[in-house]
Design a protein around this ligand. Sequence first.
Ligand SMILES: CSC[C@H]1O[C@H](OP(=O)(O)O)[C@H](O)[C@@H]1O
Length: 352
Amino acid sequence: MSLESIRYSRGSLDILDQLLLPLQTRYVKVEGVEDGWKVINKMQVRGAPAIAIVGCLSLAVELEKDNNSDKKVMRQEIEGKLNYLVSARPTAVNIKLAADELINLANSLSADETVTPEEFKERFISRIEGMLIKDIEDNKAIGRYGCEAILKNSEGDGPVRILTHCNTGSLATAGYGTALGVIRSLQESKRLDHVYCTETRPYNQGARLTAYELVHEKIPSTLIVDSVVSALMNSRRITAVVVGADRVAANGDTANKIGTYQIAIAAKHHGVPFYVAAPLTSIDMSLTSGERIKIEERPEREMTHVGVHRIAAPGINCWNPSFDVTPAALITGIITEKGVFAPDKLSEIESK
Ligand SMILES: CSC[C@H]1O[C@H](OP(=O)(O)O)[C@H](O)[C@@H]1O
């Protein structure tokens, strides 16, 4: 059973505070959209799919308590709250796509005179609840397709070694994970020899979260410092790199956790296949290339301190981009719930 980052029932939402992991397991109650924005912006919950799901669920719990009976007012408030939630973190596209879908739903429910205010709320909240279930189903499909592709692409039928970056597991999604879902599928197929996970400075998603998930499930793994990646590829046979995504542009350029780009360069140099695992909700076909992806810059304190302890010299300037963009040319395949696609073939997904 993988870790539960989101606890939801109609009218009630609690999230696992990932800033406290792995030393403390504490859930934080989310009573509405204000709370939703805060837990996303502070990165108490993080990961592109989880951000979208928690943001929308925070609206669902708020709407469940709302006794408003004017559909037009509800529609207007929903649009404003969703646009507010999207502003919590700019790079991941999932919450923007979810907001667009829900605003369209609210518009059609409001315009349909046969729909009562009670039905409006019920159908709107049910759509959001469906996202929670669909994300897990999508991740299981990503896991299967990714496992199949890596085994097909590897030499012989021996066990494989995977390198991953950041956290893309149950703590970044509704469950099972994207890149970590591929790793789980390889483990279930008994073809996984070893996983190497990077620390992923400065938030340490790898050291604190991915390592936590891997140890929790007894998956054979080793933690490495971010700067060891090239030395690892040079000294160990790495079968493939599998990472997640926050926003994939139409040409396959992919924004992901800072450090992903240089791992892709090292993989190219060492002839290691480099896969991005992401649901369709992470693909932004409105962007022609990765140049237009907004890269979030986070507070320098996340670099200069570990907890309350300062580790960087006072007064030094800091630059703390939270993501970088890996060009499509460095990506072997994009693993989605519809299958694995070459980066320049994303437009074919719709027809699958
Ligand atoms: C399921 S992939 C999620 C994606 O989000 C992470 O970023 P953050 O921890 O800042 O939300 C990282 O880029 C992962 O690949």
